[in-house]
Design a protein around this ligand. Structure first.
Ligand code: SAM
Length: 288
């Protein structure tokens, strides 16, 4: 094959935008990960930024299990792992029809009634790429309610990236479930990365006031207990969150090491308002 004929090569990377996506923290996570580990587990996978980074450094030698509580998201990952060419065709159709009316029509589809993961994935990726800021937000009936974003020409279908992700996902286990499952699955020497919904930063959002999003103080505490159990069992654990006194109080007394990272990102609901916030990475110390 001549140079001109050769297919474009792309490294796999997140195929959905995900709020809290870890792209800026990934270099620290890569430095923090042990040189060698067993299976990789990521229970809050979202867009999977750290998973792709580890894959692209060829550090996943014993396989990976990726889990999320959002079934629509997990079915989207499964469609990318499975019939990706059908997904690409479907996304191309949705992309060609994109306008305001089409966005709101697609948004109203009863996605959970779809039997085919490809239909769920096309719905998910189309709305993710054309909706406001790539947000995923649902009402009390699990209806997706994000308004259309203001993009002149959103890239809905990226076949090269989707095929690269498809290849990389062969043999990877994709699970729908809560983070506690990992406590039973991870074995000594494995690596677990926890990237939970973050503890809020603002002073007005108190520790007890953020359970609305489904991940409140009780779950943060339960997660810390699970993380400690895994660490004590000889599993390598890495965890990220906002750097707040509450978060330090959960992990420092449990014997995790800590590094703070300043990142620039949206800090208010007002579109485009960015600022510096501190994120923190905790990891289990290596046993000598
Ligand atoms: C901060 S995001 C993860 C971002 C991800 N690391 C990335 O790079 O895109 C948190 C994720 O946790 C999921 N989640 C929320 N509660 C959960 C739970 N109890 N168990 C497992 N996943 C959960 C959400 O659906 C979301 O995908």
């Amino acid at each position: 094959m001549t140079r001109q004929e050769s297919a474009p090569i792309a490294l796999p990377r997140p195929f959905v935008k995900w709020v809290g996506g870890k792209s800026r923290v990934v270099p620290t996570l890569l430095r923090t990960a042990p040189r060698r580990f067993g299976r990789y587990h990521e229970p809050f996978v979202g867009g999977g930024a750290f998973f792709w980074a580890l894959h692209n450094q060829d550090r996943l030698h014993q396989g990976a299990t990726l889990t999320d509580v959002n079934l629509r998201l997990v079915r989207t990952w499964r469609a990318v792992q499975g019939p990706v060419d059908r997904l690409i065709d479907r996304l191309a159709q949705l992309s060609a029809a994109h306008d305001k009316e089409h966005y709101y029509e697609v948004r109203s589809w009863d996605v959970d009634a779809f039997e085919d993961d490809v239909d769920v994935a096309a719905w998910f990726i189309y709305l993710n790429k054309t909706g406001f800021n790539g947000l995923y937000r649902v009402n009390s009936k699990n209806g997706f309610n994000v308004p259309m974003g203001r993009y002149s020409n959103p890239r809905v279908c990226d076949p090269v990236t989707l095929r690269a992700c498809h290849d990389a996902l062969q043999g990877v286990e994709l699970r729908h479930g809560g983070f506690d499952d990992v406590a039973e699955q991870a074995e000594r020497g494995d690596l677990v990365y926890f990237d939970p919904p973050y503890v809020p930063l603002t002073k007005t959002a108190s520790f007890t006031a953020y359970s609305k999003g489904g991940f409140g103080p009780d779950q943060q505490e339960r997660l810390a207990v699970v993380a400690q159990k895994l660490k004590d069992r000889g599993v390598h654990v890495i965890l990220s969150n906002h750097d707040t006194p509450v978060v330090r109080g959960l992990y420092s007394p449990r014997g995790f090491k800590r590094r703070t990272i300043q990142v620039s990102r949206p800090v208010s609901a007002a579109a485009g308002k960015r600022g510096k916030v501190n994120e923190v990475v905790f990891w289990s110390p290596r046993k000598r």
